[in-house]
Design a protein around this ligand. Structure first.
Ligand SMILES: [Zn+2]
Ligand SMILES: [Zn+2]
Ligand SMILES: [Zn+2]
Length: 78
């Protein structure tokens, strides 16, 4: 499966990776049955191959706290 390089922040407190931006860098898996690989063999646009790239996560900042979303969730009354 192909991957797109994405930069972001990793929050160890909750284990979430929050994306900042995609660099445009692509890691091609060279699979003939991967819809977004340059090695893809099917010509029909509606073939059943996967066309969703995975994230290739690049951690820019590492935080020991939970991410903003998890923090605000924590603050909600239970
Ligand atoms: Zn692929
Ligand atoms: Zn295909
Ligand atoms: Zn989180």
């Amino acid at each position: 499966m192909c991957e797109l390089e994405v930069f972001g922040d990793y929050y160890r407190g909750c284990g979430h990776f929050i994306r900042s931006y995609y660099s445009g860098e692509k890691f091609d898996c060279n699979s003939q049955t991967c819809g977004i690989s340059s090695a893809h063999i099917h010509k029909a646009p509606n073939c059943r191959c996967n066309k969703t790239p995975y994230d290739h996560q690049r951690v820019v900042n590492m935080f020991h706290t939970p991410c903003d979303e998890c923090r605000s969730f924590d603050r909600l009354p239970r």
